[in-house]
Design a protein around this ligand. Sequence first.
Ligand code: FE2
Length: 246
Amino acid sequence: MVQSDLADIDIIELGESFEVFATGKLSTFMDHISRFRPTTMGKEPAEVIDALQAAIRVRDAATARHQSRTGYLSGAIAKVMGFDRGDVFETALAGYVHDVGKLTTPLHILQKDTSLEDHEFERIREHPEEGHRMISGLTLTEEVKHAVLYHHERLDGSGYPHGLPGTNLPMVTRIVAVADIVDAVVNDRPYRRALRTHETVEILQRDAGTRLDAEVVDATCDVLERISGQKTRPRVMRVQEAFAAE
Ligand SMILES: [Fe+2]
């Protein structure tokens, strides 16, 4: 078996674990992913995150699905970038909880199918800080908490909530930022169609090295190509329905 096949299998394994992520509980997911590495995260934070995700699923199922897919993609990017198993888990977890603050965003704004007014966009922009407040007391790594707070920051300082020039943004945050963008553009919105893989790659490459981390963009394009090339792995494709083959 050549090295590239081994790498593929790891990503597939991760995808199968994320099928639990997408449909079940984080505590169950942690059992599945234990082969990647026993995490330092205890039982209680997992149960709290399960409860938060359940609340999101009841209130706004689209956000829950977005978090699950972003978690999968974040973990897959970390895997391609050569992170060790524990760090793959932490990156996936960061993607899984990154939008938890949207629990505080009014539903009529979250589910609005036309363009947002300025004051509505301002309200949405509060979700990173709200989410960070929600999880700050949990026993999670600083990388996970940082990604929740800063996943909309950009390297050139054009993001929010603080407009920080991004030289200090940790890699986990940079990965979740790109995974979040990908999941947004590869899904249909009322006001635009879902982008195809090659269009998504173009969008990422346009911002690589300026707004987005260039190394993360490269790894993401690699993951997208692998996923879009899968023809015979239905379990993973169910989780990854958004990443349809060309
Ligand atoms: Fe967000």
